[in-house]
Write a protein that binds this ligand. Structure first.
Ligand SMILES: Nc1ncnc2c1ncn2[C@@H]1O[C@H](COP(=O)(O)OP(=O)(O)O)[C@@H](O)[C@H]1O
Ligand SMILES: [Mg+2]
Length: 402
């Protein structure tokens, strides 16, 4: 198929799997998914590369699979990043209105924004994204263009996402060693939001949570702004580990028991229910385990993850402003009852997320574990196209998700 549109490739180097999504956008910005390539991930722990040789082999396999499925050759891509080193926080930059007539100029706003970005980051950290939240003149939020308004003080509120420069560079180098160009890096949580939220969800405010193998990412988006974001180095692997310890099983058995009989809620139907488990690699004889015990272990860990996110989101913003509710994605979204547990913790409507406003194979788009790679590719399209028009003209100050 001949197409003028640039190929948009998103790569997620996950703890459980490597996933590459290939798509393209038409001139109206509508995204079509052309293919997905996957490989198991053997060189990544908690979202970070620990065995570069294995990780590189797996990335090569995932990209080759994506090329085959989409019928394309991949020469460049957008790369997702995560890991416990990635952090998001809110900051405010202030600047006095310089002119005698107190008319706000673009330079005043740019200076306030620069002050908001001039934060002291942890040593060796670099800024991944600076995202506009709002601009205030003399403490009042300006919903339109602040240039030309009268005031004494400009305040730029921003959300900054940063991470360790070295740990961000590792996956970039790994991809480049395969002779593939990395156009840009993006925080996985932001990418998820691009894949699973509609413009209406964003406008209403939505909390997106991605529970993967070794990490959980979250982003609270409102309009084009980000209210809060972050990563916890806890995921599905920790749930399996808890099961292995609690029920005295090896990790492989714990993982398959989780998939077969697991749930995030302990309901009356599982009281007294027991399931047989096979002989393990060490010859431990088959025995039965309590389904209630299994689910209790799972619900405690998942509740802990949700409570950590709720606590982080309560810093500087209010979760009940996420009026579109909570959107769950990543492989962890497959856990039965996870939406019920999320509803109990967040007291918000909960949606098991699928990729929205995207054309392509509907089965693929409904897999919550593909949302990050697809969202990265979509983010790539937004970057190439330039950000959607903001409510006021701050294009030069806050280019889209810089
Ligand atoms: N049906 C299921 N029930 C419980 N957990 C599941 C299920 N399917 C996948 N998972 C878990 O999801 C995690 C992998 O999610 P994924 O988003 O693919 O991870 P990553 O992006 O970190 O590679 C694993 O911990 C896996 O056990
Ligand atoms: Mg993931």
């Amino acid at each position: 198929m001949f197409s003028e549109a640039p190929l948009l490739v998103g790569l997620e180097i996950g703890t459980s799997k490597i996933c590459a999504a290939v798509g393209e956008e038409n001139d109206r910005g509508e995204f079509t998914l052309l293919g997905i390539g996957q490989a198991r991930s053997r060189g990544v722990r908690k979202g970070e590369i620990v065995d570069p040789a294995k990780a590189q082999e797996d990335v090569r396999t995932a990209l080759a699979n994506a090329e085959e499925q989409a019928g394309v050759t991949i020469g460049n891509l957008f790369l997702g990043v995560t890991g416990r080193h990635v952090e998001g926080f809110n900051n405010v930059g202030m600047h006095p209105v310089a002119s005698d007539d107190r008319l706000v100029t673009p330079q005043d706003i740019a200076d306030a924004a620069a002050n908001a970005k001039a934060i002291t980051l942890p040593a060796e950290h670099t800024v991944l994204h600076t995202i506009r939240q709002r601009v205030c003149i003399d403490g009042e939020e300006v919903v339109d263009d602040p240039v030309g308004m009268v005031g004494h003080k400009v305040e730029a509120h921003v959300h900054v996402i940063h991470g360790s420069a070295v740990r961000i560079q590792n996956p970039v180098n790994l991809v480049r060693a395969l002779s593939i160009e990395v156009n840009h890096t993006v925080f996985n949580g932001l990418a998820d939001a691009q894949a699973v939220l509609t413009p209406e969800d964003k406008e209403n405010g939505a909390l997106v949570i991605d529970i993967g193998g070794g990490t959980t990412e979250f982003v609270f988006q409102q309009g084009q702004g980000i209210r809060q974001s972050g990563v916890f180095a806890i995921g599905g692997d920790h749930i399996s580990n808890d099961i292995a310890i609690g029920l005295k099983l090896n990790l492989g058995m714990a993982e398959s028991l989780k998939i077969k009989c697991g749930s995030a809620v302990v309901d009356p139907s599982c009281h007294g229910r027991r399931v047989p488990i096979g002989e393990d690699d060490h010859g431990i004889k088959s025995r039965e385990v309590s389904v209630e015990h299994l689910r209790r272990i799972m619900s405690v860990r998942i509740q802990e993850i949700f409570e950590l996110i709720a606590e982080r989101c309560s810093e500087g913003c209010f979760l009940d402003e996420a009026r579109a509710g909570v959107f769950l994605c990543g492989g962890g979204a497959h856990i039965p009852g996870i939406d019920v547990l999320a509803q109990r913790v967040f007291h918000l409507p909960v949606t098991l997320a699928t990729c929205r406003n995207i054309t392509g194979n509907s089965t693929t788009l409904s897999h919550p574990e593909f949302s990050t790679a697809i969202g990265i590719a979509r983010y790539g399209g937004m970057r190439l196209r330039g950000r959607p028009r903001p409510r006021f003209n701050l294009r030069d100050v806050f280019p889209f998700f810089r």
